[in-house]
Write a protein that binds this ligand. Sequence first.
Ligand SMILES: Cc1cc2nc3c(=O)[nH]c(=O)nc-3n(C[C@H](O)[C@H](O)[C@H](O)COP(=O)(O)OP(=O)(O)OC[C@H]3O[C@@H](n4cnc5c(N)ncnc54)[C@H](O)[C@@H]3O)c2cc1C
Length: 488
Amino acid sequence: MTEHPPRSPFRAFEGTPPTPPPAELLARFASIVGARYALTSAQDRAPYEREWRDHFVGKAAMVLRPGTVQEVSEILKLANETRTSIIPQGGNTGLVGGQTPHETGHEIVVSLTRLDRIRDVDPIGHTMVAEAGVVLQTAQEAAERVDRFFPLSLAAEGSCTIGGVLSSNAGGVNAIVYGTARDLMLGLEVVLADGRIWSGLRRLKKDNTGYDLRHLFVGAEGTLGIITAAVLKLYPRPRMQVTAFAGLPSPAAALALMGRITGSVTGALTSFELLPRFSIETAVTYDPLTRDPFAIPHPWYVLMEVSAQSAQGLRDGLETVLTQAYELGLVADAAIAESLEQRNAFWRIREVIPEKQKLLGASIKHDVSVPVAHVPAFIAEASAAVTRLIPGCRPMPFGHLGDGNIHFNVSQPTDADGAAFMLRWDEVNALVHRIVLSHGGSISAEHGIGRLKRHLLPDVKDIVELDLMRSLKRMLDPNGILNPGKVL
Ligand SMILES: Cc1cc2nc3c(=O)[nH]c(=O)nc-3n(C[C@H](O)[C@H](O)[C@H](O)COP(=O)(O)OP(=O)(O)OC[C@H]3O[C@@H](n4cnc5c(N)ncnc54)[C@H](O)[C@@H]3O)c2cc1C
């Protein structure tokens, strides 16, 4: 991999800044959505110009909040004619800066949150048609009301939107069984850069009529079109879930335990989250509602959940596997949740970790994946390498072991200067990514490329693949108006 000079994760605008849209043009954009939904004052724009961690803070010429697909279409038509840059935005929870405008003040943010209708729920056909601005949790609840299950679940589900999770192809805690957002989508409605509306809201599991274009827009991070609605796949609601916490000696033991559960428990292993002791200590120290799961600390932990349509044998099956694993030395301690309250308490430990890690000071992050069998070696090699590079730094590798997806976060040494530590972001990234690539992994497992990892793409993508990506961008957005400076 190419070495990059040290930089902070927030990069200044690279390339030729677009010219500022004149006042007369801004007025034309405003007239599409009406003055109430065209936000121009600094105060009104502010929540759309920064993300919650303040890693990416930009400035927009205005924020438009269209209420219909037709309005989205008219906005893009005008933007395309006038070469105005458009930044699509959903719940603004993305972690790679894709949804925030650059600092030029020349781009227009198009927020999709007013497109928030669930158009249809079909429990027999197991589908839901949801508009882009529907909050993920609202979609989950709508499925639940008809006794169905929409499995996409992540800590930001109270704010992130269907358009956003599809555009970033979010994974979350159930991906081990149900796949990522891409796998949960049957059809899309998309407004193209020139304003044309592609009505691809098909509800078909089988449709072999040529190229399957819908997947181009999933994970495209708003660079190829604006998703306005989607047909989502629903599943039978698992009647029974058994959740357990285990303390273990190593990630290798966790992997062996996962294999044993998959092979012998009735039902599906729907979550398998690996957590180091350091992450449990962080959660317990900084979250007053979190308790240490065991009296004695263990080097590693797993939060696991198995789900099935019937309770029969599920709990006993998991208990048997955990007992066998204990006898084999794979598990040092284990507890099965006996109530919903205890299940929620287990999950709370996992969910507060990303937020509470901020209280340890600066941290350099990696959202990476390697083949599942390589996770233990990757964690060992990457932890050793970063501690050699920055003695005293505190690696916190946690995440979705079942998907080989580890959030390899590195907290600054205690009492070190946070800003100086962050200046080593690229150096640490390069080191960790080199190890990821040596294991045949990916430098962005879940969060995408956005602005944060754009400069890394040429180093990790096959040259032919990159060329095809650029050709697709030129074809679908020849004037480069959609989310410029992101991904490519
Ligand atoms: C606490 C927390 C936990 C998270 N956990 C996970 C996790 O477990 N797994 C995971 O995969 N991700 C996770 N994420 C990141 C995840 O990518 C986002 O939360 C979510 O997918 C983004 O949805 P959003 O509506 O907020 O989109 P935004 O942040 O608004 O946008 C994200 C990207 O999509 C584009 N976009 C948004 N809407 C549209 C649209 N309608 N059409 C075209 N482009 C659009 C934007 O331009 C941007 O590039 C987490 C984030 C947070 C804050």
